[in-house]
Design a protein around this ligand. Structure first.
Ligand SMILES: [Zn+2]
Length: 424
């Protein structure tokens, strides 16, 4: 009935307005129903399939002692026979090897949430969960694959770590504050190097730490002047700040965007010039990016600190869990900044690159590293030391920040991922 109403509505109202009407939205929110369930086995693969009235997306993971698969899904009405999921009695006189799925149970788990618990007769891992359309609704398929004990143990460990991380993300007071929309977006500006660590040095005693600090101050002033952002600096003078401390500042400030400012230098310049915007990645986009990340990551050892990853274990787990979304936003900002930077000055011929920068590893803060230019290039150095250039470059960065947040609030409202192109 609901399906038919929706079809009629889409046909008529959608035809005129190109939109689903509010009634459709209301119907779409009606509680899903699971009306049938079956188990299918195919070699090492076992599928538990629930027939649902609407699309239901689920998340599944394994737990041990007893070995089981947990499936978390939105609240759903299970209109199934009372015997559904019960273990089958073993045939008399026959000793069969245990099946992957011996039994399962289901029900409401918490407000707005349902859960399915699948008891495993032998070790298996979750291959995938799919919602596949069929006539009159969807099939919610939980696909499991038999695994050896070591792989199963690994999957359990991973699931436990993710559960811990999820709890931290859900319960962190700062996260709650942010989701309540409190205050202005927070931008953390990170002028690279400082104090004992001077960074790159060009002729005429031009030091990276001073150039990036001057730019950071100009950017801070222009951002604050808009009245739209709260700005936090990772250093407020010529002091040394370890990389991990910079990441911590961003996380403690509950930052919405982290911009690390640097200037590069090449021993063999060959006319290389212009700004480059870097994002974090496990694998460097090219040799140059790998070289630069290695150099910037050495900042701590320059000051006699050990180059350990200060973000720690829990952050690593968080990093894995949230990094896809965070990276999407980091990329979106990098692309936007590339688009706007053209107003301020030249860009490197390959302006958006990526590598494993330690300072960009806050798992939940979109982060970029902006290399203003090359101190090995005379034209770049001349520009970077000029206050007029600094003002113009900071202005272009503010425009990119504005475009990023306009895009972000727009997509947050619709739940869409950022567009593939720039924000312009
Ligand atoms: Zn640097």
């Amino acid at each position: 009935m609901i399906q038919r109403l929706k079809i009629i509505c889409r046909q008529w109202l959608g035809l005129f307005f190109g939109l689903a009407c509010w009634a459709c939205a209301g119907l779409a929110q009606a509680q899903p129903v699971a009306s049938a369930v079956r188990v299918e086995m195919e070699g090492p693969v076992t599928r538990l399939i629930f027939e649902t009235s609407v699309r239901v997306d689920a998340e599944a993971y394994v737990m041990s002692n007893p070995d089981r698969v947990i499936v978390d899904l939105p609240e759903i009405s299970f209109q199934l026979p009372s015997t559904a999921g019960q273990a089958e009695p073993a045939p008399r006189g026959k000793k069969l090897p245990p099946k992957t799925v011996t039994s399962f149970r289901f029900g409401q788990f918490a407000l707005g949430k349902a859960r399915i618990v699948i008891d495993l007769g032998r070790p298996a891992v979750v291959k995938a969960t799919h919602a596949v359309p069929r006539i009159g609704g969807f099939d919610l398929i939980i696909e499991m694959q038999d695994a050896d004990a070591a792989i199963f143990a690994q999957a359990v460990k991973r699931a436990t770590q993710e559960a811990v991380a999820r709890e931290i993300l859900a319960d962190g007071p700062k996260r709650n504050e942010r989701s309540a929309g409190a205050g202005l977006p927070v931008i953390v500006i990170d002028p690279g190097h400082g104090g004992i660590d001077v960074g790159a040095q060009a002729v005429g005693n031009v030091q990276e730490k001073d150039i990036v600090f001057d730019f950071a101050k100009s950017l801070r002033m222009q951002l604050e002047r808009t009245g739209r952002y709260r700005v936090v600096m990772t250093r407020n003078g010529d002091s040394f700040v370890p990389l991990g401390e910079r990441v911590k500042t961003a996380r403690d400030a509950n930052a919405d965007l982290f911009i690390s400012i640097h200037a590069d230098i090449l021993s063999d310049p060959q006319g290389v010039s212009g700004a480059t915007i870097y994002t974090v990645s496990d694998k460097a986009s090219d040799r140059e990016a790998a070289r630069l990340a290695e150099k910037e990551n050495l900042a701590d050892s320059v000051a006699g600190l050990e180059g350990i990853d200060d973000v720690g274990d829990v952050s690593d787990i968080l990093f894995d869990l949230t990094r896809r979304e965070t990276r999407t936003w980091s990329h979106a900002f990098a692309r936007t900044l590339v688009n706007y930077w053209g107003e301020a000055g030249p860009l490197n011929k390959n302006p958006h690159r990526s590598a494993g920068f330690r300072v960009l590893k806050a798992p939940d803060v979109p982060s970029v590293l902006l290399e203003l230019g090359y101190l090995s290039n005379a034209r770049d150095t001349a520009a970077l030391t000029r206050p007029e250039w600094r003002g113009k470059a900071a202005e272009a960065t503010v425009k990119a920040v504005d475009a990023f947040f306009a895009n972000r609030s727009g997509t947050a409202a619709t739940g869409k991922v950022p567009p593939a192109g720039g924000a312009r």
